[in-house]
Design a binder for this molecule. Structure first.
Ligand code: GRF
Length: 199
């Protein structure tokens, strides 16, 4: 399976995925790490590992539709079969999703459908939940609203700060995301309606 990873920032999930691929846990090929931010640390790591990188900046396109069209074209040219969002900070249009049906996934640092969008850990602390975690889900054109593939749970502790909770969740993200991608590459994940099946 040819995997493209899209990342806008530090890229710790991307690193975990690359490591899992290098160690043979993910039976697929990482064909590209693509970013909308030329300064993303994710790109530095990918380059060090000899992975092909690309940058597509929003400022170079007239609008979202034009950007997404270019992104689809590039990913198709590269032969992407699975598009993995790992801290990619752009909402993707329905046209993008339709170009890769059931082949775009994301990780979110909360137990969806609770706390979608930005600052999920802060939202969880402010709400006062006692557990939180992370969710890997299919991407649709809404905000973190696609079908849920897998979740991992962590406790929220009384003295947690946004940073301490984020760090506890991130540890789980680094295990959960590579695992889901490995299952994908093994052809174990399928979707009917909103229900995700794993063989
Ligand atoms: C993670 O918390 C992920 O859940 C969210 O964005 C963050 C990306 O972190 N979607 P990193 O760039 O993978 O370190």
């Amino acid at each position: 399976m040819k995997i493209a990873i899209l990342a806008s920032g530090r890229g710790s999930n991307m690193q975990a995925i690359v490591r899992a691929q290098q160690s043979g846990k993910i039976k697929g090929e990482i064909i590209c790490v693509l970013s909308d931010k030329p300064t993303a640390a994710a790109l530095d790591f990918a380059r060090e590992q000899g992975i092909h990188t690309e940058v597509l900046m929003a400022a170079d396109y007239e609008n979202r539709a034009a950007y997404d069209k270019a992104l689809v074209a590039r990913l198709k040219e590269l032969g992407a079969e699975l598009v993995v969002l790992a801290g990619f900070m752009r909402l993707l249009s329905a046209d993008f999703i339709d170009a890769f049906p059931e082949r775009v996934i994301n990780i979110h640092p909360a137990l969806l459908p609770a706390f979608p969008g930005l600052h999920a850990q802060r939202q969880a602390l402010e709400y006062g939940v006692k557990v939180s975690g992370c969710t890997v889900h299919f991407v649709d054109s809404g905000m973190d609203s696609g079908a849920i593939i897998a979740q991992a749970v962590v406790p929220v502790l009384p003295d947690d700060t946004e940073d301490s909770l984020a760090a506890r969740i991130l540890e789980q993200e680094h295990q959960l995301y590579p695992r889901v991608i490995a299952d994908f590459a093994d052809g174990k994940i399928s979707l009917k309606g909103r229900t995700v099946y794993k063989d």
